[in-house]
Design a protein around this ligand. Structure first.
Ligand SMILES: *Cc1c(COP(=O)(O)O)cnc(C)c1O
Length: 394
């Protein structure tokens, strides 16, 4: 039988064909005018995509490299910092801050939840040097309220560092004057392979870096800033991934009628619509959402039904249909699975995975799932939202 494998994972996400082609053709040296032109377009394009006038640096690293650079360039050993942690990526901030010797205050809550504003207000005292948070916590499918955190910090000296690796291109973020360091990665809404991380850095964060005594070398952002102002990186960049990103940004711009910011807004609407379709289908099918209160648009997390392991569902969707879903991470393994909507997904992809999922549920839990309920709800949800936006694929 014909077998086609499709990613439905919240990173890496499906590759944009134009990005794959650009990569294959990228036989360039990085210290040449040809590559500098790509480098410049990518940096400027990402600045528009992120919606900021702050400097944007692009690093050859997975997203965690940029997260580490935010810690190692901004906070000293012993500095009080706060981490908002409600999942595996929040826990990564905690581990990173501890690795660099910070005095970490962890504001945590149960997986699947976000922190109430009143708790944030109490914990974010002015002596905290920096606050670290995810815009969307990909391990649980929760959206944190970055706007509210920025409001609480307004007027203080505390820096706000946001991991928006799955937040960018799926949620509106107001950056300038609010978010000091905003972090993204190539393998999420930007439809490229993993390997590039990028961050915007505010003027006051640059000033803070001058007082930072942490050891750093590859991720010394001051050195990168100097090199990148000349459209070079301090060390050999992943030339092929820059070519891919250049093609992806051109696609986003096309989606926004020659505006990258416009294309990003279309991407956000697209993810929101597909998330709406998926939530409606899951609930209609008798499934429970893992993060019902503040669901992200980047992905939908769904609890596996009583007595059924999410691991079995994920395996079976792959074995029977070639669809790659994500199982829960860490303690959540087997208890929930995740369906992604960020980047290069459309309705056909989404309704297809929901139909396959419904068949798998009927097979693993016989008699408990009425066939067709999920697909029907997806169709209704799509039809109801149709007037609002057009699909990303023309
Ligand atoms: C994917 C992801 C990361 C980055 O992970 P890497 O494997 O280092 O690229 C970080 N934070 C969030 C919220 C993510 O979704």
């Amino acid at each position: 039988m014909l077998r086609k494998t499709r990613l439905f994972t919240p990173g890496p996400t499906p590759l944009l064909p134009a990005a794959a082609q650009a990569m294959a053709a990228a036989d360039l040296h990085h210290r040449t005018p040809e590559f500098r032109a790509i480098f410049q377009r990518v940096r400027q394009g990402l600045q528009e995509f992120m919606g900021t006038r702050n400097d944007v640096l692009v690093l050859t690293a997975s997203g965690t490299g940029a997260m580490e650079s935010a810690v190692s360039n901004l906070v000293n050993p012993g500095d009080p910092v706060a981490v908002i942690s409600a999942g595996k990526f929040g826990e990564r901030w905690v581990e990173l801050c501890r690795a660099f010797g910070c005095d970490v205050r962890v504001l945590s809550t149960a997986y699947g939840k976000t922190i109430p504003s009143a708790d944030l207000q109490r914990a974010l005292t002015p002596n905290v040097r920096a606050v670290f948070v995810q815009a969307t916590e990909s391990s649980t499918g929760v959206r944190h309220n970055v706007e509210e955190i920025a409001r609480i910090l307004h007027g203080s000296e505390t820096l706000l560092v946001v991991d928006a690796i799955t937040g960018l291109g799926t949620t509106k973020l107001d950056v300038d004057g609010k978010i000091d360091v905003l972090i993204g990665g190539s393998q999420k809404a930007l439809m490229c392979p993993p390997g590039l991380a990028f961050c915007s850095v505010s003027e006051r964060a640059w000033q803070r870096m001058e007082q930072c005594k942490q050891p750093r070398y590859y991720f010394d952002l001051r050195r990168e800033r100097k090199a990148q102002a000349k459209n070079e990186s301090a060390f050999t960049p992943s030339v092929a991934l820059f070519a891919a990103m250049d093609a992806a940004l051109a696609y986003v711009s096309e989606m926004g009628a020659s505006s990258i910011a416009g294309g990003r807004d279309r991407l956000i609407e697209n993810a929101e619509r597909l998330a709406g379709v998926t939530r409606a289908a899951a609930v209609a099918g008798g499934l429970e959402l893992f993060a019902p209160d503040a669901p992200a648009a980047a992905m939908t997390s769904v609890k596996s039904p009583e007595g059924v392991s999410a691991t079995d569902i994920v395996k079976r969707v792959k074995a029977d249909f070639g669809g790659i879903l994500s199982d829960g991470q860490g303690e959540m393994k087997g208890k929930m699975f995740r369906v992604a909507h960020l980047g290069y997904f459309d309705y056909l992809d989404t309704v297809g995975i929901l139909a396959a999922l419904e068949q798998v549920l009927a097979a693993v839990a016989p008699g408990r799932f009425r066939g067709g309920a999920m697909v029907e709800a997806a169709q209704r949800s799509w039809a109801g939202q149709k007037s609002k936006a057009s699909s990303i694929v023309d």
